[in-house]
Design a protein around this ligand. Structure first.
Ligand SMILES: Nc1nc2c(ncn2[C@@H]2O[C@H](COP(=O)(O)OP(=O)(O)OP(=O)(O)O)[C@@H](O)[C@H]2O)c(=O)[nH]1
Ligand SMILES: [Mg+2]
Ligand SMILES: [Zn+2]
Length: 327
């Protein structure tokens, strides 16, 4: 048997994968053997694999899927298993628009839940700053709120590379520096500028991969739903696979673990079954944080997001969903 080659999965089709050989940076198409696919999760973009080259035919076969350091996934409640859409992601880049479409804090909060669930560090990008007026929301308040969670925010204009941050310290250059040698996945509402930002960050390289893969790859590429954009010094994913903002695959009782700041305070409530409503006795949120102070306001606004999502997830009890899907 010939030596195995280390490679990274750049695009996935049904059973064929465009892989980049790590040593030569050459792009090749590789097949996965049936038993590898059946054993566990599918092979997804970002996966690190070992390939064997069949000398007679020149074909590449994926022999081994290497351990993942992170996974982007949803839970398939019916089958009680995870559906992974990307692997080995370092940053979840949540793009918000500062003009149109309007900034919606609720969407940001949902993606933060995913970041904590997946164990991937979130970075928040306020794009379209060239059109920011301050009428719809205060970016300074949002940034302060995020920094209270330990989340970094960047202020950019994907269309105008020379835009300098006015309200924040961090801009496009800082974002680019941050993602060097890392793999980042972009999420956000349609129209916020994910593709535009990827194009800007990649300095036009975003299109190179598509062209070269088309040349090498076989058959139609219309089934492609996710790809890793090779920017030489870093990788970016613009994934249509996670466009849904719904969190309904999360057990409401697990939700608090994905609000680490809320969870920390809730441990100080007098009763372990405290529901953190204003008339609850001994609730740490009302005893310790006055909403009339700056800090209190932020704590209560995070609590509000948590309670709203908890209600939403509880409206169809998790076990009901499970039963419904099972029958
Ligand atoms: N003024 C301004 N417009 C921008 C900026 N970034 C993106 N746009 C425009 O906003 C529109 C949407 O940008 P896209 O990059 O396609 O948005 P997207 O998030 O990829 O949207 P989907 O692919 O639908 O999810 C395009 O017309 C962009 O040119 C910006 O910084 N400033
Ligand atoms: Mg797009
Ligand atoms: Zn409480």
């Amino acid at each position: 048997m010939s030596d195995l080659l280390s490679a990274k999965v750049m695009r996935s089709h049904q059973r064929e994968f465009d892989c980049k050989l790590l040593e030569s940076a050459e792009l090749v198409t590789a097949k996965a053997l049936g038993n590898l696919l059946k054993k566990g999760d599918n092979i997804v973009v970002g996966d690190n694999v070992l390939l064997e080259k069949i000398e007679q035919t020149g074909e590449f076969i994926i022999k081994e899927l290497l351990e993942r350091k992170s996974e982007v996934f949803r839970v398939l409640i019916r089958q009680s298993k995870k559906k992974v859409t990307a692997a080995n992601i370092d940053y979840l880049i949540i793009i918000c628009s500062s003009s149109r479409p309007k900034y919606v804090r609720g969407i940001l909060e949902r993606f933060l839940v995913r970041a904590y669930q997946w164990g991937i560090e979130p970075l928040v990008v306020f794009n379209k700053m060239d059109e920011y007026t301050g009428e719809d929301f205060s970016i300074e308040y949002e940034v302060e709120r995020l920094s209270g969670l330990g989340v970094k925010s960047f202020e950019i204009s994907a269309l105008n590379k020379d835009y300098e941050p006015e309200y924040l310290e961090l801009g496009l250059k800082d974002l680019k520096e941050m993602i060097q040698n890392k793999t980042s996945i972009f999420v956000g509402k349609s129209g916020v500028g994910k593709s535009e930002t990827i194009t800007t960050l990649s300095d036009g390289k975003a299109n190179l991969l598509t062209k070269s893969v088309r040349k090498i790859g076989k058959g139609s590429h219309t089934t492609t739903w996710s790809e890793l954009v090779d920017c030489e010094d870093f990788y970016l994913v613009d994934s249509p696979g996670i466009r849904s903002f719904s969190l309904d695959d999360i057990d409401p009782d697990d939700l608090i673990h994905y609000f680490p700041d809320v969870e920390k305070i809730s441990l100080r409530c007098d009763f372990s079954n405290c529901t953190h409503l204003p008339d609850n006795k001994g609730c740490a949120f009302y005893q310790e944080y006055d909403p009339d102070t700056d800090e209190g306001l932020m704590v209560h606004s995070r609590l509000e997001s948590y309670l709203m999502l908890y209600d939403e997830l509880s409206s169809t009890p998790f076990w009901e969903k499970k039963k419904k899907y099972r029958s």
